[in-house]
Design a protein around this ligand. Structure first.
Ligand SMILES: [Fe+2]
Length: 476
């Protein structure tokens, strides 16, 4: 099946074309009512443009970034949508076909010199197609992907203002599109170093409100943790943070260091650098934010993968870690090529992230083999000391609404790092379900909202009502 024919069998929102670029705000018909207190702009980013001319991407991560903005004022809404003017996209637009290397496939560049072709065969390029997330940091907007490059975005025109790279300040080779912004404005980023004993890095960037200065100035590594493998490093999409800890998952889905060095000369794609380790554990590690040191305990969870953290917090000498966990999902990243998604849907194979809670006891004093160390009430999650071991705790998760697709989670961000009760999720990327859901993890109930009429649910965002004192007083 060609890339174009696979794409044409997918729902309409995969069929955007270059002509759908709408950089001038247009009025939007509103059904229902937008509360008068909701005023401002909602920005979204994602992999949105998959076909250019007669060429099409095949991996869901590869689409060109499309930025969207809804501006809401006094109940009126305008909308604009813009294909991000990255260098990669501009080159593709000039040639009227995709030119260059994506994650899951690559297309030849007719203008490249013989030397350039040889050079690029050996040296992977950092893509500036920042198509995963958009975040506000220090009164500036940034479009991000998992490369160290960030594009600062003009909030009115949705065009690139300037490029910055975390790797200009610290040694990392990959990044995350899901940083945290602390209450004092400091941003905490994550970066992977492809040297195994410096693999997982947490980077603090002080708030920068002086627009004449570089936005990432002052970035420094505040914690570094080695990989458990010598020749592999866990793939990391996001991380958690509590008052005292960074929460990092070392999952059985890794980047092979050997393949990262050789995939270009061997003619492989970037996606083939990522290797599933079926049957291996997902290890959870806690890193002390003040000292940068990892706690000498491994919390060993069953095989599975996580793209998105819901929230983490400390309670009564435990760390509660809520994530969207796909049991035995290590192969899922290799199945999100459009042609393979269609094959899996026909065969009834569905990877399904669940809202999942792990509870990590902080004190092992008096721990006995076989005894559940979780003493928090209202959870079925468990933690037991490994037989004959001292610093490995086996943890089993609590699932909320098992078998219900729940990913792209949002909480009221005021509760980031502290105990939350509500979470909002969507079924974006599911070929089966089209739902938005609100979880109450105290009462353990879920309200779902079916999205109909050929629409797809996007990632929810929670907006607190001004002056709200209740966690879920707002709109999402
Ligand atoms: Fe994400």
């Amino acid at each position: 099946m060609s890339n174009l024919s696979a794409l044409n069998q997918l729902p309409q929102y995969y069929h955007l074309e270059q002509k759908d670029h709408m950089d001038k705000p247009m009025d939007v018909e509103v059904s229902g009512e937008v509360p008068k207190w909701v005023n401002g702009s909602l920005y979204r980013n994602g992999s949105g443009l998959y076909k250019v001319g007669n060429t099409a991407w095949n991996h869901i991560f590869d689409g060109f970034a499309v930025l969207q903005r809804w501006t809401i004022s006094e109940g009126k809404v305008t909308y604009q949508s813009s294909i991000l003017d990255s260098e990669f996209y501009k080159k593709t637009a000039k040639h009227r076909k995709i030119v260059g290397e994506g994650f899951g496939s690559s297309f030849p560049d007719p203008c490249e010199t013989l030397f350039g072709r040889l050079f690029n065969r050996f040296i992977p390029k950092s893509s500036d197609n920042t198509n995963v997330n958009i975040v506000e940091f220090g009164d500036r907007l940034f479009a991000l992907t998992e490369m160290p490059t960030l594009n600062e975005i003009n909030p009115d025109t949705l065009t690139v203002k300037q490029k910055s790279a975390i790797s200009d300040y610290v040694v990392v080779h990959l990044g995350t599109a899901h940083p945290h912004v602390l209450k004092d404005g400091t941003a905490i980023f994550y970066g992977t170093n492809m040297v195994h004993n410096k693999a997982y890095n947490f980077i603090a960037i002080p708030p920068q409100t002086d627009f004449s200065k570089a936005p990432l100035a002052g970035a420094k590594v505040v914690a570094t943790v080695p990989s458990r493998w010598k020749m592999h490093i866990s793939y990391t999409h996001s991380f958690g943070i509590t008052e005292n800890y960074f929460v990092h998952l070392e999952q059985p889905l890794t980047m092979s260091i050997a393949r990262a060095m050789l995939y270009k000369p061997l003619g492989m794609n970037g996606a083939e650098v990522i290797v599933p380790h079926e049957g291996e554990s997902l290890d959870i590690m806690l890193i002390n934010r003040s000292t940068g040191q990892r706690l000498p305990v491994t919390y060993r969870a069953p095989e599975g993968v996580v793209f998105h953290f819901v929230n983490c917090y400390e309670e009564s000498n435990h760390v509660v870690c809520d994530v969207c966990f796909t049991p035995k999902g290590a192969k899922s990243i290799q199945r999100i090529y459009f042609n393979l998604m269609l094959e899996d849907a026909k065969a009834g194979i569905h990877y399904k992230p669940n809202y999942t809670r792990f509870v990590l006891p902080l004190s092992l004093d008096g721990a006995e083999e076989g005894k559940n160390l979780v003493t928090l009430p209202n959870t079925t999650a468990t933690a037991t000391l490994e037989k004959g071991g001292k610093n490995v705790i086996h943890v089993t998760p609590e699932f909320f609404e098992e078998n219900m697709y729940a990913d792209f989670p949002a909480i009221n961000y005021r509760y980031n790092g502290v105990k939350h009760r509500y979470c909002y999720t969507s079924t974006t990327l599911s070929t089966q379900q089209t739902k938005l859901s609100k979880f109450d993890v105290v009462k353990k109930t879920v309200k779902t909202y079916e999205v109909t009429n050929n629409f797809s649910p996007s990632e929810p965002v929670f907006i607190a009502r001004p002056g709200a004192t209740r966690e879920d007083d707002g709109k999402w």
